[in-house]
Design a protein around this ligand. Sequence first.
Ligand SMILES: Cc1ncc(COP(=O)(O)O)c(C=O)c1O
Length: 500
Amino acid sequence: MKTESPEEAAARLDPPAEAIRRMGHEAVEWMARYHDEIRRVAVYPRVTAAALDAALREPLPREGRDFERLLETFRDVIVPNSRQNAHPRSLGYVTSPGTAVAALADLLASVLNANVTAWRSAPAPAQLERVVVDWIREGLGCPPGTGGLLMSGGSIANLAALAAARERHCGDGVGEDGLVGRTRPLRVYVSTEGHHSVDKAAALLGIGRKNLRRVEVDERFRMDASDLERKIEEDRAAGAEPFCVVATAGTVVTGAVDPLADVVEIARRHGLQTHVDGAYGAFAAWVPSARPLFAGLAEADSIALDPHKWLYLPPDCGCLLYRDPAAARPAFALGADYTRVLERDADEAFAFCDYGPELSRRFRALKVWMTLAHGGARAVSEAIESNLDCARHLAGLVGESEDFELLAPVELSIVCFRYRLPALRGRADLADADERALDALNERLMVAVQRGGSSYLSNASVRGRFALRVCVTNYRTMREDMQVLLDDVRRAARDEVDAQ
Ligand SMILES: Cc1ncc(COP(=O)(O)O)c(C=O)c1O
Protein backbone atom coordinates (compact mmCIF):
# COMPACT_ATOMS: atom_id res chain seq x y z
CA MET A 1 0.00 0.00 0.00
CA LYS A 2 1.26 3.45 -0.93
CA THR A 3 2.34 5.59 2.02
CA GLU A 4 0.45 8.87 2.00
CA SER A 5 2.07 12.26 2.47
CA PRO A 6 1.58 13.89 5.90
CA GLU A 7 -0.91 16.30 4.25
CA GLU A 8 -2.95 13.45 2.75
CA ALA A 9 -2.96 11.60 6.08
CA ALA A 10 -4.08 14.75 7.95
CA ALA A 11 -6.93 15.26 5.43
CA ARG A 12 -8.39 11.92 6.57
CA LEU A 13 -9.04 13.43 10.00
CA ASP A 14 -10.23 16.74 8.59
CA PRO A 15 -11.62 16.04 5.10
CA PRO A 16 -12.63 18.83 2.73
CA ALA A 17 -16.34 19.65 2.38
CA GLU A 18 -16.67 17.83 -0.95
CA ALA A 19 -15.33 14.58 0.56
CA ILE A 20 -17.70 14.90 3.54
CA ARG A 21 -20.60 15.38 1.14
CA ARG A 22 -19.65 12.25 -0.82
CA MET A 23 -19.24 10.08 2.30
CA GLY A 24 -22.45 11.38 3.86
CA HIS A 25 -24.41 10.86 0.66
CA GLU A 26 -23.35 7.21 0.45
CA ALA A 27 -24.10 6.57 4.12
CA VAL A 28 -27.54 8.19 3.94
CA GLU A 29 -28.31 6.39 0.69
CA TRP A 30 -27.54 3.11 2.47
CA MET A 31 -29.79 4.16 5.38
CA ALA A 32 -32.73 4.91 3.07
CA ARG A 33 -32.38 1.52 1.38
CA TYR A 34 -32.01 -0.26 4.72
CA HIS A 35 -35.28 1.14 6.04
CA ASP A 36 -37.01 0.43 2.76
CA GLU A 37 -35.97 -3.24 2.76
CA ILE A 38 -36.13 -4.00 6.48
CA ARG A 39 -39.24 -6.21 6.24
CA ARG A 40 -37.56 -8.47 3.70
CA VAL A 41 -34.27 -9.23 5.46
CA ALA A 42 -33.53 -12.09 7.88
CA VAL A 43 -34.06 -10.83 11.40
CA TYR A 44 -31.11 -12.85 12.73
CA PRO A 45 -27.95 -14.03 10.94
CA ARG A 46 -26.57 -17.53 10.74
CA VAL A 47 -22.98 -16.81 11.62
CA THR A 48 -20.26 -17.90 14.03
CA ALA A 49 -17.88 -15.81 16.11
CA ALA A 50 -14.97 -17.48 14.34
CA ALA A 51 -16.29 -16.50 10.90
CA LEU A 52 -16.82 -12.92 12.01
CA ASP A 53 -13.40 -12.76 13.58
CA ALA A 54 -11.86 -14.00 10.34
CA ALA A 55 -13.76 -11.32 8.40
CA LEU A 56 -12.97 -8.42 10.74
CA ARG A 57 -9.67 -9.01 12.49
CA GLU A 58 -6.61 -7.23 11.14
CA PRO A 59 -3.58 -5.54 12.65
CA LEU A 60 -4.15 -1.89 13.66
CA PRO A 61 -3.97 -0.17 10.25
CA ARG A 62 -0.99 2.14 10.08
CA GLU A 63 -2.23 3.91 6.96
CA GLY A 64 -5.82 4.96 6.39
CA ARG A 65 -8.15 3.68 3.69
CA ASP A 66 -11.05 5.25 1.88
CA PHE A 67 -14.47 5.61 3.47
CA GLU A 68 -16.05 3.74 0.54
CA ARG A 69 -14.09 0.61 1.52
CA LEU A 70 -15.13 0.97 5.16
CA LEU A 71 -18.73 1.34 4.07
CA GLU A 72 -18.34 -1.85 2.03
CA THR A 73 -17.27 -3.75 5.16
CA PHE A 74 -20.17 -2.20 7.07
CA ARG A 75 -22.66 -3.11 4.33
CA ASP A 76 -21.33 -6.57 3.46
CA VAL A 77 -20.09 -7.90 6.80
CA ILE A 78 -21.53 -5.92 9.69
CA VAL A 79 -25.10 -5.28 8.56
CA PRO A 80 -26.06 -8.80 7.41
CA ASN A 81 -24.38 -10.32 10.46
CA SER A 82 -26.31 -8.26 13.00
CA ARG A 83 -29.68 -8.83 14.62
CA GLN A 84 -32.01 -6.51 12.73
CA ASN A 85 -33.70 -4.71 15.61
CA ALA A 86 -35.69 -2.54 13.21
CA HIS A 87 -37.40 -5.64 11.71
CA PRO A 88 -41.09 -5.86 12.65
CA ARG A 89 -40.62 -9.38 14.02
CA SER A 90 -37.60 -8.56 16.12
CA LEU A 91 -39.61 -9.45 19.21
CA GLY A 92 -36.96 -10.64 21.66
CA TYR A 93 -35.85 -8.84 24.84
CA VAL A 94 -36.92 -5.17 25.04
CA THR A 95 -35.59 -3.82 21.79
CA SER A 96 -36.37 -0.56 20.06
CA PRO A 97 -36.38 -0.29 16.27
CA GLY A 98 -34.75 3.17 16.12
CA THR A 99 -36.17 5.87 13.87
CA ALA A 100 -34.71 7.39 10.72
CA VAL A 101 -34.97 10.86 12.20
CA ALA A 102 -33.25 9.76 15.43
CA ALA A 103 -30.40 8.29 13.37
CA LEU A 104 -29.95 11.61 11.60
CA ALA A 105 -30.18 13.39 14.96
CA ASP A 106 -27.36 11.18 16.30
CA LEU A 107 -25.28 12.14 13.29
CA LEU A 108 -25.96 15.84 13.78
CA ALA A 109 -25.33 15.61 17.54
CA SER A 110 -21.94 14.04 16.84
CA VAL A 111 -21.12 16.72 14.30
CA LEU A 112 -21.88 19.45 16.81
CA ASN A 113 -19.94 17.32 19.29
CA ALA A 114 -21.61 18.94 22.25
CA ASN A 115 -20.61 17.64 25.66
CA VAL A 116 -23.67 18.31 27.80
CA THR A 117 -22.07 18.41 31.24
CA ALA A 118 -23.57 21.78 32.15
CA TRP A 119 -25.44 24.69 30.61
CA ARG A 120 -22.17 26.56 30.21
CA SER A 121 -20.63 23.71 28.17
CA ALA A 122 -23.54 23.46 25.73
CA PRO A 123 -26.17 26.17 26.23
CA ALA A 124 -28.71 25.18 23.58
CA PRO A 125 -28.27 21.39 23.91
CA ALA A 126 -28.69 21.74 27.69
CA GLN A 127 -31.81 23.83 27.24
CA LEU A 128 -33.21 21.31 24.74
CA GLU A 129 -32.60 18.49 27.23
CA ARG A 130 -34.66 20.38 29.78
CA VAL A 131 -37.43 20.80 27.21
CA VAL A 132 -37.60 17.10 26.30
CA VAL A 133 -37.31 15.93 29.90
CA ASP A 134 -40.24 18.22 30.64
CA TRP A 135 -42.22 16.72 27.75
CA ILE A 136 -41.59 13.27 29.17
CA ARG A 137 -42.70 14.49 32.61
CA GLU A 138 -45.85 15.99 31.15
CA GLY A 139 -46.68 12.80 29.23
CA LEU A 140 -46.47 10.80 32.46
CA GLY A 141 -48.70 13.29 34.30
CA CYS A 142 -46.02 14.22 36.87
CA PRO A 143 -46.38 17.62 38.56
CA PRO A 144 -44.40 20.64 37.30
CA GLY A 145 -41.18 20.91 39.28
CA THR A 146 -40.40 17.24 38.65
CA GLY A 147 -37.16 17.30 36.67
CA GLY A 148 -34.26 15.18 35.67
CA LEU A 149 -31.89 14.22 32.93
CA LEU A 150 -31.11 11.78 30.15
CA MET A 151 -28.74 8.91 30.87
CA SER A 152 -27.25 5.92 29.11
CA GLY A 153 -30.18 3.67 30.08
CA GLY A 154 -32.35 2.11 32.74
CA SER A 155 -29.54 0.40 34.63
CA ILE A 156 -27.71 3.66 35.27
CA ALA A 157 -30.98 5.49 36.00
CA ASN A 158 -31.83 2.87 38.66
CA LEU A 159 -28.33 3.18 40.11
CA ALA A 160 -28.54 6.99 40.24
CA ALA A 161 -32.02 6.90 41.78
CA LEU A 162 -30.86 4.57 44.54
CA ALA A 163 -27.72 6.67 45.10
CA ALA A 164 -29.90 9.78 45.54
CA ALA A 165 -32.29 7.91 47.86
CA ARG A 166 -29.42 6.50 49.95
CA GLU A 167 -27.85 9.95 50.36
CA ARG A 168 -31.20 11.52 51.26
CA HIS A 169 -31.81 8.84 53.86
CA CYS A 170 -28.33 8.71 55.39
CA GLY A 171 -27.39 12.38 55.12
CA ASP A 172 -24.21 13.92 53.76
CA GLY A 173 -21.90 11.67 55.74
CA VAL A 174 -22.49 8.62 53.58
CA GLY A 175 -20.87 10.18 50.51
CA GLU A 176 -17.85 11.12 52.61
CA ASP A 177 -17.47 8.14 54.93
CA GLY A 178 -19.25 5.40 53.01
CA LEU A 179 -21.36 2.93 54.95
CA VAL A 180 -18.48 1.99 57.27
CA GLY A 181 -19.46 2.06 60.92
CA ARG A 182 -23.22 1.85 60.38
CA THR A 183 -24.55 -0.75 62.75
CA ARG A 184 -27.93 -1.30 61.10
CA PRO A 185 -28.15 -2.67 57.56
CA LEU A 186 -29.97 -0.51 55.02
CA ARG A 187 -32.85 -2.28 53.28
CA VAL A 188 -34.35 -1.81 49.81
CA TYR A 189 -37.53 -3.59 48.66
CA VAL A 190 -38.26 -4.81 45.15
CA SER A 191 -40.56 -7.57 43.90
CA THR A 192 -39.29 -11.03 42.99
CA GLU A 193 -39.84 -9.89 39.37
CA GLY A 194 -37.67 -6.73 39.68
CA HIS A 195 -34.85 -6.21 37.19
CA HIS A 196 -31.32 -7.39 38.03
CA SER A 197 -30.00 -3.84 37.54
CA VAL A 198 -31.50 -3.12 40.99
CA ASP A 199 -29.39 -5.94 42.48
CA LYS A 200 -26.37 -4.47 40.72
CA ALA A 201 -27.11 -1.00 42.09
CA ALA A 202 -27.48 -2.37 45.64
CA ALA A 203 -24.09 -4.06 45.31
CA LEU A 204 -22.36 -1.03 43.78
CA LEU A 205 -23.74 1.34 46.42
CA GLY A 206 -22.50 -0.78 49.31
CA ILE A 207 -26.05 -1.61 50.38
CA GLY A 208 -25.39 -5.24 49.56
CA ARG A 209 -27.46 -7.59 47.44
CA LYS A 210 -28.63 -9.51 50.47
CA ASN A 211 -30.20 -6.30 51.81
CA LEU A 212 -32.37 -6.13 48.73
CA ARG A 213 -35.55 -7.73 50.05
CA ARG A 214 -37.56 -9.57 47.42
CA VAL A 215 -41.27 -8.99 47.93
CA GLU A 216 -43.72 -11.69 46.81
CA VAL A 217 -45.96 -11.14 43.78
CA ASP A 218 -49.63 -11.88 43.17
CA GLU A 219 -51.06 -14.10 40.42
CA ARG A 220 -50.48 -11.25 37.91
CA PHE A 221 -46.81 -10.96 38.93
CA ARG A 222 -47.39 -7.57 40.62
CA MET A 223 -45.81 -6.73 43.95
CA ASP A 224 -47.94 -8.00 46.82
CA ALA A 225 -48.48 -4.83 48.87
CA SER A 226 -49.29 -6.70 52.06
CA ASP A 227 -46.06 -8.71 51.82
CA LEU A 228 -44.19 -5.42 51.31
CA GLU A 229 -45.64 -4.00 54.50
CA ARG A 230 -44.97 -7.22 56.40
CA LYS A 231 -41.32 -7.28 55.31
CA ILE A 232 -40.77 -3.62 56.23
CA GLU A 233 -42.21 -4.24 59.70
CA GLU A 234 -40.24 -7.46 60.18
CA ASP A 235 -37.01 -5.75 59.17
CA ARG A 236 -37.59 -2.80 61.50
CA ALA A 237 -38.36 -5.15 64.38
CA ALA A 238 -35.14 -7.05 63.61
CA GLY A 239 -33.08 -3.84 63.79
CA ALA A 240 -32.59 -3.17 60.05
CA GLU A 241 -33.11 0.22 58.41
CA PRO A 242 -35.61 0.14 55.53
CA PHE A 243 -35.22 3.23 53.33
CA CYS A 244 -36.50 2.68 49.79
CA VAL A 245 -39.01 0.67 47.77
CA VAL A 246 -38.36 0.06 44.07
CA ALA A 247 -41.67 -0.57 42.32
CA THR A 248 -41.60 -1.87 38.76
CA ALA A 249 -43.84 -0.38 36.07
CA GLY A 250 -43.48 -3.08 33.43
CA THR A 251 -41.48 -6.07 34.63
CA VAL A 252 -38.97 -7.43 32.18
CA VAL A 253 -40.38 -10.99 32.18
CA THR A 254 -44.16 -10.50 31.92
CA GLY A 255 -44.73 -6.71 31.77
CA ALA A 256 -46.54 -6.55 35.12
CA VAL A 257 -47.08 -3.12 36.67
CA ASP A 258 -46.85 -3.07 40.48
CA PRO A 259 -49.79 -1.41 42.31
CA LEU A 260 -47.99 1.93 42.39
CA ALA A 261 -50.50 3.91 44.45
CA ASP A 262 -50.56 1.23 47.19
CA VAL A 263 -46.78 0.92 47.18
CA VAL A 264 -46.27 4.71 47.50
CA GLU A 265 -48.86 4.90 50.28
CA ILE A 266 -47.19 2.10 52.29
CA ALA A 267 -43.72 3.53 51.69
CA ARG A 268 -44.80 7.01 52.83
CA ARG A 269 -46.57 5.69 55.91
CA HIS A 270 -43.34 3.94 56.91
CA GLY A 271 -41.12 6.91 56.03
CA LEU A 272 -39.52 5.21 53.00
CA GLN A 273 -38.79 6.68 49.59
CA THR A 274 -40.11 5.19 46.35
CA HIS A 275 -38.37 4.73 43.04
CA VAL A 276 -40.26 3.38 40.02
CA ASP A 277 -38.32 1.29 37.52
CA GLY A 278 -40.33 2.03 34.39
CA ALA A 279 -37.39 1.41 32.06
CA TYR A 280 -39.48 -0.81 29.81
CA GLY A 281 -43.08 0.06 30.61
CA ALA A 282 -43.52 3.65 31.74
CA PHE A 283 -44.06 5.17 28.29
CA ALA A 284 -47.27 3.12 28.15
CA ALA A 285 -48.60 5.63 30.72
CA TRP A 286 -48.85 8.01 27.74
CA VAL A 287 -51.69 6.00 26.17
CA PRO A 288 -55.34 5.80 27.23
CA SER A 289 -55.79 2.02 27.33
CA ALA A 290 -52.86 1.46 29.71
CA ARG A 291 -52.96 4.69 31.75
CA PRO A 292 -55.08 3.34 34.63
CA LEU A 293 -52.35 0.79 35.41
CA PHE A 294 -50.00 3.66 36.26
CA ALA A 295 -52.13 5.42 38.88
CA GLY A 296 -49.77 6.63 41.61
CA LEU A 297 -46.73 6.89 39.30
CA ALA A 298 -46.55 10.67 39.68
CA GLU A 299 -46.28 10.33 43.47
CA ALA A 300 -42.97 8.43 43.38
CA ASP A 301 -39.73 10.15 44.42
CA SER A 302 -38.06 9.10 41.19
CA ILE A 303 -38.91 7.34 37.92
CA ALA A 304 -36.57 5.62 35.45
CA LEU A 305 -37.80 5.18 31.88
CA ASP A 306 -36.02 4.46 28.63
CA PRO A 307 -36.65 6.43 25.43
CA HIS A 308 -34.37 3.79 23.86
CA LYS A 309 -37.06 1.22 24.58
CA TRP A 310 -40.66 2.35 24.10
CA LEU A 311 -40.02 5.75 22.57
CA TYR A 312 -38.43 3.71 19.75
CA LEU A 313 -35.06 5.50 19.85
CA PRO A 314 -31.69 3.86 19.24
CA PRO A 315 -29.48 3.37 22.34
CA ASP A 316 -28.24 5.00 24.33
CA CYS A 317 -31.04 7.04 25.86
CA GLY A 318 -32.48 6.53 29.32
CA CYS A 319 -34.17 9.10 31.51
CA LEU A 320 -34.38 9.68 35.25
CA LEU A 321 -37.00 11.99 36.76
CA TYR A 322 -36.78 13.26 40.34
CA ARG A 323 -39.89 14.55 42.06
CA ASP A 324 -37.64 16.97 43.95
CA PRO A 325 -34.47 17.47 41.87
CA ALA A 326 -32.82 19.66 44.53
CA ALA A 327 -32.97 16.77 47.00
CA ALA A 328 -30.95 14.60 44.58
CA ARG A 329 -28.04 17.06 44.31
CA PRO A 330 -26.13 16.10 47.46
CA ALA A 331 -25.48 12.64 46.03
CA PHE A 332 -23.78 14.00 42.92
CA ALA A 333 -22.77 17.69 43.30
CA LEU A 334 -19.24 17.51 44.59
CA GLY A 335 -18.13 21.02 43.66
CA ALA A 336 -14.70 20.20 42.26
CA ASP A 337 -13.06 23.47 41.30
CA TYR A 338 -12.66 22.48 37.64
CA THR A 339 -16.41 21.83 37.36
CA ARG A 340 -17.49 24.86 39.41
CA VAL A 341 -19.98 26.92 37.42
CA LEU A 342 -19.47 30.64 37.76
CA GLU A 343 -22.67 31.93 36.12
CA ARG A 344 -25.01 34.02 38.27
CA ASP A 345 -28.34 33.09 36.71
CA ALA A 346 -29.51 29.85 38.35
CA ASP A 347 -30.60 28.37 35.01
CA GLU A 348 -27.21 29.13 33.52
CA ALA A 349 -25.29 27.87 36.55
CA PHE A 350 -27.13 24.57 36.13
CA ALA A 351 -25.02 21.43 35.64
CA PHE A 352 -26.47 18.05 34.69
CA CYS A 353 -23.47 16.37 36.32
CA ASP A 354 -24.88 17.55 39.68
CA TYR A 355 -27.86 15.20 39.21
CA GLY A 356 -26.30 11.98 37.97
CA PRO A 357 -23.07 9.99 37.79
CA GLU A 358 -21.84 11.09 34.33
CA LEU A 359 -19.69 14.16 33.67
CA SER A 360 -19.21 13.94 29.89
CA ARG A 361 -22.60 13.34 28.29
CA ARG A 362 -23.75 12.88 24.69
CA PHE A 363 -26.29 15.27 23.20
CA ARG A 364 -29.06 12.67 23.61
CA ALA A 365 -31.84 15.23 23.71
CA LEU A 366 -31.55 15.94 19.98
CA LYS A 367 -32.88 12.51 18.97
CA VAL A 368 -35.67 12.69 21.55
CA TRP A 369 -36.65 16.16 20.37
CA MET A 370 -36.42 15.40 16.64
CA THR A 371 -38.40 12.16 16.97
CA LEU A 372 -41.16 13.72 19.08
CA ALA A 373 -41.32 17.01 17.18
CA HIS A 374 -41.19 15.32 13.78
CA GLY A 375 -43.62 12.49 14.57
CA GLY A 376 -45.76 14.29 17.10
CA ALA A 377 -46.79 12.78 20.42
CA ARG A 378 -49.97 11.46 18.78
CA ALA A 379 -48.07 9.22 16.34
CA VAL A 380 -45.95 7.87 19.19
CA SER A 381 -48.89 7.15 21.47
CA GLU A 382 -50.85 5.54 18.63
CA ALA A 383 -47.85 3.31 17.90
CA ILE A 384 -47.63 2.30 21.59
CA GLU A 385 -51.38 1.61 21.57
CA SER A 386 -50.91 -0.56 18.48
CA ASN A 387 -48.08 -2.49 20.19
CA LEU A 388 -50.40 -3.19 23.13
CA ASP A 389 -53.05 -4.32 20.68
CA CYS A 390 -50.60 -6.70 18.94
CA ALA A 391 -49.74 -8.30 22.30
CA ARG A 392 -53.45 -8.74 23.17
CA HIS A 393 -54.08 -10.13 19.68
CA LEU A 394 -51.25 -12.65 20.09
CA ALA A 395 -52.61 -13.64 23.50
CA GLY A 396 -56.02 -14.17 21.82
CA LEU A 397 -54.50 -16.35 19.07
CA VAL A 398 -52.63 -18.39 21.67
CA GLY A 399 -55.75 -18.73 23.81
CA GLU A 400 -57.88 -19.92 20.86
CA SER A 401 -55.29 -22.40 19.64
CA GLU A 402 -54.92 -26.05 20.64
CA ASP A 403 -51.17 -26.17 20.42
CA PHE A 404 -50.14 -23.10 22.45
CA GLU A 405 -50.84 -21.89 25.97
CA LEU A 406 -50.27 -18.61 27.77
CA LEU A 407 -47.94 -18.79 30.78
CA ALA A 408 -48.66 -15.32 32.17
CA PRO A 409 -51.35 -12.65 31.88
CA VAL A 410 -50.66 -9.96 29.29
CA GLU A 411 -50.42 -6.60 31.07
CA LEU A 412 -48.57 -4.47 28.50
CA SER A 413 -46.81 -5.63 25.32
CA ILE A 414 -45.10 -8.80 26.57
CA VAL A 415 -46.54 -12.26 25.90
CA CYS A 416 -45.11 -15.40 27.57
CA PHE A 417 -46.38 -18.66 26.11
CA ARG A 418 -45.31 -22.14 25.11
CA TYR A 419 -45.98 -24.83 22.58
CA ARG A 420 -47.61 -28.04 23.79
CA LEU A 421 -46.98 -31.46 22.27
CA PRO A 422 -50.16 -33.11 20.91
CA ALA A 423 -50.02 -35.80 23.62
CA LEU A 424 -49.97 -33.16 26.38
CA ARG A 425 -52.74 -30.87 25.13
CA GLY A 426 -55.85 -30.16 27.15
CA ARG A 427 -54.41 -31.58 30.40
CA ALA A 428 -54.40 -29.36 33.49
CA ASP A 429 -51.81 -31.14 35.64
CA LEU A 430 -48.66 -32.36 34.04
CA ALA A 431 -46.10 -34.66 35.65
CA ASP A 432 -42.66 -33.20 36.36
CA ALA A 433 -41.17 -35.24 33.54
CA ASP A 434 -43.74 -33.81 31.09
CA GLU A 435 -42.99 -30.27 32.28
CA ARG A 436 -39.28 -30.85 31.78
CA ALA A 437 -39.92 -32.25 28.31
CA LEU A 438 -41.94 -29.13 27.43
CA ASP A 439 -39.17 -26.88 28.78
CA ALA A 440 -36.59 -28.66 26.65
CA LEU A 441 -38.83 -28.70 23.57
CA ASN A 442 -39.65 -24.98 23.80
CA GLU A 443 -36.00 -24.14 24.27
CA ARG A 444 -35.18 -26.01 21.07
CA LEU A 445 -38.08 -24.30 19.28
CA MET A 446 -36.86 -20.87 20.35
CA VAL A 447 -33.37 -21.55 19.01
CA ALA A 448 -34.82 -22.96 15.77
CA VAL A 449 -37.08 -19.93 15.27
CA GLN A 450 -34.19 -17.56 15.94
CA ARG A 451 -32.01 -19.40 13.42
CA GLY A 452 -34.82 -19.46 10.87
CA GLY A 453 -34.56 -15.68 10.41
CA SER A 454 -38.27 -14.95 9.92
CA SER A 455 -39.04 -14.04 13.56
CA TYR A 456 -36.93 -13.45 16.64
CA LEU A 457 -38.25 -14.11 20.12
CA SER A 458 -36.52 -14.63 23.45
CA ASN A 459 -37.00 -16.78 26.53
CA ALA A 460 -38.09 -16.27 30.10
CA SER A 461 -38.66 -18.39 33.16
CA VAL A 462 -42.27 -18.11 34.37
CA ARG A 463 -42.87 -19.90 37.68
CA GLY A 464 -39.91 -22.09 36.82
CA ARG A 465 -41.19 -23.03 33.36
CA PHE A 466 -39.45 -22.20 30.08
CA ALA A 467 -41.48 -19.59 28.21
CA LEU A 468 -41.25 -18.24 24.69
CA ARG A 469 -41.30 -14.49 25.25
CA VAL A 470 -42.44 -11.83 22.81
CA CYS A 471 -42.08 -8.11 23.50
CA VAL A 472 -43.65 -5.69 21.00
CA THR A 473 -41.91 -2.32 21.10
CA ASN A 474 -41.72 -1.58 17.37
CA TYR A 475 -43.99 0.78 15.41
CA ARG A 476 -43.59 -1.49 12.36
CA THR A 477 -45.09 -4.56 14.02
CA MET A 478 -48.63 -5.40 12.85
CA ARG A 479 -51.28 -7.88 13.95
CA GLU A 480 -50.35 -10.07 10.94
CA ASP A 481 -46.82 -10.42 12.31
CA MET A 482 -48.29 -12.22 15.34
CA GLN A 483 -49.77 -14.89 13.07
CA VAL A 484 -46.50 -15.23 11.15
CA LEU A 485 -44.65 -15.68 14.43
CA LEU A 486 -46.96 -18.50 15.57
CA ASP A 487 -46.62 -20.14 12.16
CA ASP A 488 -42.84 -19.94 12.51
CA VAL A 489 -43.01 -21.72 15.89
CA ARG A 490 -45.37 -24.35 14.45
CA ARG A 491 -43.03 -24.94 11.52
CA ALA A 492 -40.11 -25.41 13.93
CA ALA A 493 -42.24 -27.89 15.94
CA ARG A 494 -43.07 -29.87 12.78
CA ASP A 495 -39.38 -29.96 11.82
CA GLU A 496 -38.64 -31.35 15.30
CA VAL A 497 -41.15 -34.15 14.86
CA ASP A 498 -39.89 -34.91 11.33
CA ALA A 499 -36.32 -35.08 12.60
CA GLN A 500 -37.20 -37.70 15.25
C1 LIG B 1 -37.60 -3.28 33.94
C2 LIG B 1 -36.21 -2.97 33.44
N1 LIG B 1 -35.39 -2.25 34.21
C3 LIG B 1 -34.14 -1.94 33.82
C4 LIG B 1 -33.65 -2.36 32.59
C5 LIG B 1 -32.25 -2.00 32.18
O1 LIG B 1 -32.29 -1.04 31.17
P1 LIG B 1 -31.01 -0.73 30.25
O2 LIG B 1 -30.83 -1.94 29.39
O3 LIG B 1 -31.40 0.47 29.50
O4 LIG B 1 -29.85 -0.51 31.15
C6 LIG B 1 -34.48 -3.13 31.76
C7 LIG B 1 -33.99 -3.65 30.47
O5 LIG B 1 -34.67 -4.32 29.75
C8 LIG B 1 -35.80 -3.43 32.19
O6 LIG B 1 -36.65 -4.13 31.41
